[in-house]
Design a protein around this ligand. Structure first.
Ligand code: TRP
Ligand code: SF4
Length: 404
């Protein structure tokens, strides 16, 4: 595959933080499951990223990585449809990171909002290491390695995709120039055959003169269809469309997940570190216990006190899990004290457990068969390495480090 017809590639990752919970499921995994049917997806566990903030808790990373992969599989991320891998098993990421570090100004990294935010939030951690400053650039290497066009992430990661775009642009600008670019591009156009050449030239003209984005899209689609262009020529013609040099590393787009903010048991965002989470592999009894002891509208002290669902975290969970008729029943019964809080929690418990049932069943199969999980990760990582090596060959060649 040439670098530029990879816009149908999806890449995303997650740091290993242990067992996943409903927040991960609704905020991210459900979307990943959907995408694997539509695109060529790469999903990976970012264990090196975990080290950037937790280098002194490295002994947990392996267990957390395996927990994460099992939860993905349980959530129906399907290794037959997508590639599942672990970052540190594809050491090529480190080489790309190093090469990108040469062209990345330190100030770009310092001004990524998460750099200062995390330092404030994680004040008890030592974040003075170079690896932490480089966090977004390592993420750029992850993305650019697969020349992924689409990166499904939450809003908190948008700035990291943005810096990835800037780094890619800078890389292409510096290393995509070659003597005689124009002549090479014109020669490449000829190789497409009469009809496609003419179409390409027309669409390029319309785009350059009128900024017509649709013409650009159509020209790109035309290039993707070309069977007889070399990778280099394809890169040239993608670059020539926009007037510049070759595009070796295409700029990715963030696919912002319409994030259902899943409230935790206390109404704050569900998070392992807040201790307010329901895990995907939680037992039905434990789900029941956690929801039954969940906070409700604080104004509703006695059964006879009317409540306000908009002030109740139980209702926020209902909004994710329950159908409209149940929601109507809750609102009415809460406001007129027609139902008690335990009545209200009943259908919620049932709905959460119904969703978790198939997930738990799949999880057990993988828990009982760690060899299978290892094989899935090993095979996924091998495939990822094949793709990564291809990209690195071109990156090295563009810089002038082929030595071959
Ligand atoms: N930083 C991401 C997170 O904390 C994880 C991540 C690492 C990632 N590399 C990535 C996400 C590449 C998307 C693409 O959630
Ligand atoms: Fe919350 Fe339901 Fe109790 Fe109302 S009835 S306060 S929505 S738990």
């Amino acid at each position: 595959m040439s670098s530029n017809d990879s816009s149908n590639r999806v890449l995303s990752g997650m740091r290993p933080t242990g067992k996943l919970h409903l927040g991960h499921y609704h905020g991210c995994l459900k979307n990943w499951v959907q995408l694997q049917h539509e695109f060529e997806c790469f999903y990976f566990v970012a264990d090196w990223h975990a080290l950037t903030t937790n280098f002194n808790e490295s002994s947990k990373i392996e267990q957390f990585t395996s927990d994460t992969v099992i939860d993905w599989l349980a959530a129906d991320i399907n290794p037959g449809l997508c590639t599942i891998f672990v970052q540190s098993r594809v050491p090529e990421h480190a080489e790309l990171y190093l090469l990108l570090s040469m062209i990345t100004p330190i100030s770009w990294l310092e001004r990524v909002p998460s750099y200062k935010d995390q330092q404030l939030k994680l004040a008890d951690k030592d974040l003075t290491n170079l690896g932490f400053l480089g966090y977004p650039l390592l993420q750029s290497a992850d993305i650019l390695m697969y020349r992924a066009g689409k990166v499904p992430v939450g809003a908190d990661q948008e700035a990291h995709v943005e810096i990835t775009r800037e780094v890619a642009r800078r890389f292409n600008h510096i290393y995509g120039r070659e003597p005689g670019f124009e002549e090479n591009a014109l020669a490449a156009i000829k190789k497409m055959g009469k009809k496609a050449s003419r179409q390409y030239k027309e669409l390029r003209k319309i785009y350059l003169e009128q900024g017509d984005a649709e013409a650009l899209e159509r020209a790109r689609a035309l290039l993707v269809e070309q069977q007889n262009l070399s990778v280099g020529d394809s890169e040239r013609l993608f670059g020539y469309l926009e007037g510049g040099g070759r595009i070796i590393l295409p700029e990715p787009m963030a696919l912002l997940t319409k994030q259902a903010r899943v409230p935790g048991l206390d109404g704050e965002k569900m998070s392992k570190s807040y201790g307010n989470a329901i895990e995907l592999r939680e037992s039905p009894e434990s789900v029941e216990h956690k929801v039954r002891t969940m906070q409700t509208d604080p104004a509703r002290v006695r059964r006879s006190d009317p409540g306000d669902p908009s002030k109740c975290p139980v209702f926020s969970l209902h909004e994710i899990y329950s159908a409209q008729d149940t929601l109507d029943w809750v609102v009415k019964g809460c406001k007129n004290a027609g139902i008690g809080c335990l009545d209200c929690k009943g259908p919620l418990i049932d709905n959460i457990n119904a969703e978790l049932l198939p997930i738990r069943e799949r999880a057990v199969q993988f828990e009982e068969n760690p060899g299978l999980v290892n094989t899935i990760v090993a095979e996924g990582s091998e495939h990822a390495r094949d793709v990564a090596r291809e990209t690195l060959e071109e990156v090295r060649a563009a810089i002038g480090l082929s030595h071959r």
